[in-house]
Design a protein around this ligand. Structure first.
Ligand SMILES: [Zn+2]
Length: 173
């Protein structure tokens, strides 16, 4: 069992055979495909994965990957942060054929490198799948629409010829 700092790679067959547990933390900044989800702070990514063999004897990995992901709110464009937790339940496969042969309820994970499979790929993929499709504050802290509307009001007031006239009149009196 590994704790604390995560290993950057995993060996799918060996880890499955040994029933290894991988527990630790990395950060969103360490995962290049999550660059768009990085907040002001380099949020941590918590990883708890258990390698083993599933009921069919296939090499598998299960557990959770969780992180705070930040993305722009669709309404006000200010960042909104989500606690994203991905439940991992994957059967590791080496070929397309193995992938297609999996029963419907099993999700395959294609292993592209023996011994040194980058852990970051798995973490990125699982977090991206679990991330919300549309990000939005429940209540926008600083609604952009409102601000634009009041700014537009000011412009109208300034350009209103009657307002200018009234001002001139009051100056003459
Ligand atoms: Zn918002």
């Amino acid at each position: 069992m590994f704790s604390g700092q995560l290993l950057p790679f995993f060996d799918p067959r060996k880890f499955a055979d040994q029933g290894l547990e991988m527990k630790g933390q990395t950060s969103v900044g360490e995962l290049p495909r999550l660059a768009d989800f990085r907040g002001a702070e380099n949020e941590s990514v918590d990883v708890a994965l258990q390698f083993g063999r599933n009921e069919d004897g296939k090499p598998s990995v299960e557990g959770t990957v969780s992180a705070h992901l930040t993305m722009p709110c669709q309404r006000c464009l200010e960042p909104v942060t989500y606690q994203v937790t991905a439940s991992v339940n994957l059967v590791m496969v080496w070929t397309e054929k193995q992938m297609k042969a999996l029963p419907e309820h099993q999700e395959g994970y294609m292993v592209t490198a023996d011994e040194k499979m980058p852990l970051s790929h798995l973490l990125e993929e699982e977090l991206l799948l679990a991330a919300p499709l549309v990000a939005m504050h429940e209540q926008c802290p600083n609604p952009l629409v409102k601000e634009q509307a009041s700014a537009a009001d000011d412009v109208v007031k300034a350009d209103n010829p009657f307002a200018v006239l009234a001002k001139l009149k009051s100056q003459q009196e």
